[in-house]
Design a protein around this ligand. Sequence first.
Ligand SMILES: [Zn+2]
Length: 328
Amino acid sequence: VDAREPVISDVAPGITAIDTAMAGERELNAVYFLGGDEPCLVESGPGADLLVVTAALDRIGVGPEDLAHLVVTHIHLDHAGGAGALLRRFPAATLWVHERGAPHLVDPERLVASTIRTYGPDRMRRLFGETVPCPAARIRIVADGSVIPMGERRLEVLHTPGHASHHVSLLEDVSGAMFTGEAIGSYLPWGPAFRPALPPPEVDVGQALASISRMRAARPAILLTSHFGPVLDVERGFAVAAERVSAWAERARGVLAAQPFASDERLAAALTDLAREEFGRDASRPLDPELARYDALGSIRMNAQGLARYWRKRWEREFAPPRDPSVS
Ligand SMILES: [Zn+2]
């Protein structure tokens, strides 16, 4: 199978999933196409996968003037890195993003630099490719409660921080599908299992859990995750996602409470054990190749770094001596 061949599949009425074949892996990263009189793409995929996404749109029959909307759940490069290049290819498209994310798409220098710090320059290039700036004039800002009108359908915006402070999820009103981005973590369809997505620097465990509750309260009919694909059993999906966020945060807290200076490696090892236990419960497949495959996105180590930062910052705040009010 040519890794660069687009794989598309219908996942809900009028909604098509496109596998971007990120890092040459299948079922790792998805973007979604919504047909209709104002065609829309949810997520751009990374710049590295631009040709896969455009080939898929071509196969679906979306011409250069046809795409009306591009909506991103957050600005991490696997979700929005290809947005600037797509805007060039589709000159009629408007890009919708949360206000805290927009400046970084107009000027992606800091976003790219922080991604290089996380992945190193070689993996960064291989996973994400080139990130082209987005013209500010093509961007519309969304916030919690915003509605993105697109002809016969619309997307309702829920602000769902936790994974990132500016993360939004999108409820499509005709099908009841909810685009969850990375707000419920990652669903590993070949497991099947969930893995939390709690990376530095913005991770907030309490917000992640509150966001899952809010999404659940909106009663979507199906969840469409970016990593990867549809979750049909919505109630179970939310329940397991919340349980995993709590379990991973708790395991990290336990390690750090016992060993305050535990290294990222030590913490990642503890979380790898937890992931193994979860796979053991969820699937009968061999464990380690599956775990290794998923770590194309560096996920366990990234969770370790994110959770270490989260707990240390939190403890620093809690145990900081009260400020002397006479000193300003
Ligand atoms: Zn992602």
